[in-house]
Design a protein around this ligand. Sequence first.
Ligand code: RIB
Length: 303
Amino acid sequence: MINVIGSINLDLIGRVERLPKPGETIPGQAFSTTPGGKGANQALAARRAGAPVRMVGAVGADAFAGEALMLLKESGVDLAGVKETTTPTGTAMILVDNEGENVIAVIPGANAEVSPFDVETTALAPGDIVLLQHEVPLVTVEAALRSARRAGAVSLLNTAPFHADAAHLLELADYVIANESEFDLYASELRLQGPDRETRMRSFARQTGRILVVTLGKDGVVATTPDEFFHVPTLRIVPVDTVGAGDTFCGYLAAGLAEGLALEGALSQAAAAGALACLKPGAQPSIPLRKEVDEAARKPPAA
Ligand code: RIB
């Protein structure tokens, strides 16, 4: 079972030709709402990859909640651990331009109410996976990492979004997943030494005994265990909208590890899923089904 303890949002998305500068007003092209939140996106990705998934989180008692949970419900994610609060459902204001670049502002709302008590009431079994991000209170993330260790579960921490005061959490997770800019910021917080990123990654893995994964966008993904370093390429695509691509990667990676794939194979499948997620607009609507990922992986790489 994959247990995702994380955020659930409704994404309010504006399409614009280009992103506005501070203080500037520009005309937009289209508006849409889709379910989002890093936790919920990762839960859906793991479910679409074929894993049984349980979501622990919170939504408000409002009109946004139903829409925010809609795709998780349809896909069969267990939502018994999602509570209703008097605080409104979390929202994300997202602008996406014609190149697929985006800016996002998240209002946590009910996500700020996900507490260590919610972790305590989540029964974890040995061999379970616990998948976490930084969009619920860090005290809850820490409680979940410690609870996973006590239960003999495997923890995956996606370090997004960056919080300087979350640096101490990285060594508590079995797998740490960061994008390149997040890793560089954590490396500086943790004073990891070395002339380049690879050396600093290896240094983290050796010091902590953990597995560290750093996503590089179109250049694929690099990962290190205390003994081995991998570079896994990804599919070549022209992105339409990258929102949710990192979440798709994390959910697929958790599912791959849950089904027993070796690290390199799980990374390769997750990288392909993340690339496919860039081909459609919206976070959750763009998460590919397992059969689409398998099909893409069978095609020879474009020259
Ligand atoms: O990672 C993408 C997600 O970040 C969006 O769905 C948005 O809700 C924000 O949480």
